[in-house]
Design a protein around this ligand. Structure first.
Ligand SMILES: Nc1nc(=O)c2c([nH]1)NC[C@@H]1CN(c3ccc(C(=O)N[C@@H](CCC(=O)O)C(=O)O)cc3)C=[N+]21
Length: 299
């Protein structure tokens, strides 16, 4: 029988632990964990994600501030806001929602966030700590951290002898995911759009992680029987059956057919997505503990 991982349920258990940790910190030190979320422009999907993050932060007992800037915001204005948030002692985490409008450069903005407040784990200091195996010293990017929770719950802490294939090589996901799998002793392949014979590379995977951004690209005959399949894609495709102009969410994996071959698989929606938000909350409370000079909990 194939196990379909319930990401909402796993995320809820992480959120419960975050709530308890933020309450303990407040009881012991009087410090309330604070998260700032910055969004620039009018993209409706981005606004939906940002509202979900702000709502979840409040549910965790955090101070949650949201800065909504107009589409025509300049690079200097955004940089100045990040500077202000860096200096604000009541804020432990800063997230700048990506992608930014085209006229803005995201890289200098991300690198200007203090590494200890970079709850997205995108600052080079945090990415470098993951790459050098210092997983407890910095902040780990939320989506790979969430995907690893699923991997650990399925295979335990030690992935010795297991082949992992990550499709996708982004700084946001593919690279840190590969580093985390490697740190857990998996034998890791990073595949991407230029990989030769992608299906056969994938068929060697005991753990297959798809983050390509192409709807339902991974087919049943790419999956090794008994494999664990983690779907990181979020694609909106037309759903005429729901009515004209309606959409539905699908992942990068053709779910129904792959579920017949895999032993464990994550759905979209309800898989990695909710875990991303849960790990963002976890990173924020970790940042608050460190700022208070206390040993941070693990999630
Ligand atoms: N600085 C930054 N950090 C991010 O972490 C970041 C970002 N920018 N930009 C956009 C992407 C996307 N992302 C998602 C988070 C949760 C769901 C999620 O909860 N999805 C639900 C469904 C949501 C729906 O119904 O639309 C699910 O998969 O079940 C999806 C996507 C975070 N991102």
């Amino acid at each position: 029988m194939t196990t379909v991982i319930d990401g909402k349920q796993v995320a809820a258990s992480v959120i419960d632990a975050v709530k308890a940790a933020s309450q303990t910190l407040q009881d012991e030190t009087g410090i309330k964990t604070g998260l700032a979320v910055v969004i620039v422009g009018n993209d409706p999907a981005s606004h939906a994600y940002v509202s979900a993050k702000s709502r979840m932060a409040k549910e965790c007992g955090f101070t949650s501030v949201q800065h909504t800037l107009p589409e025509e915001t300049t690079q200097e204005e955004l940089a100045a806001l990040v500077q202000t948030l860096n200096e604000d002692e009541s804020l432990h985490g800063i997230l700048v929602q990506l992608p930014l409008p085209k006229h803005l450069k995201s890289e200098p903005i991300i690198q200007s966030i203090l590494p200890e407040k970079d709850v997205d784990g995108l600052h080079v200091v945090n990415a470098g700590k993951v790459a050098t195996g210092d997983l407890d010293g910095g902040l780990v990017s939320c989506t790979p951290a969430g995907a690893m929770v699923f991997v650990r719950r399925t295979h335990g802490e030690d992935l010795s002898g297991l082949n992992a294939v990550v499709i996708g090589r982004s700084n946001l996901f593919g690279k840190p995911m590969a580093q985390l799998l490697l740190a857990a002793n998996a034998t890791v392949t990073i595949a991407h759009s230029r990989t030769k014979d992608l299906p056969s590379v994938c068929r060697g995977a005991d753990i297959l992680v798809a983050a390509v951004g192409r709807p339902q690209m991974v087919k049943a005959d790419w999956v090794k029987p008994g494999a664990t399949v983690i779907d990181v894609g979020i694609n909106r495709i037309a759903a005429p059956e729901k009515g004209e102009g309606k959409f539905r969410l699908v992942g990068d994996v053709a779910f129904a057919e792959c579920a017949e071959v895999a032993e464990v698989i994550t759905p979209v929606p309800g898989g990695v997505g909710p875990m991303t938000i849960a790990m963002l909350m976890a990173n924020t409370v970790i940042a608050a503990y460190r700022k208070a000079g206390k040993k941070a909990p693990k999630f």
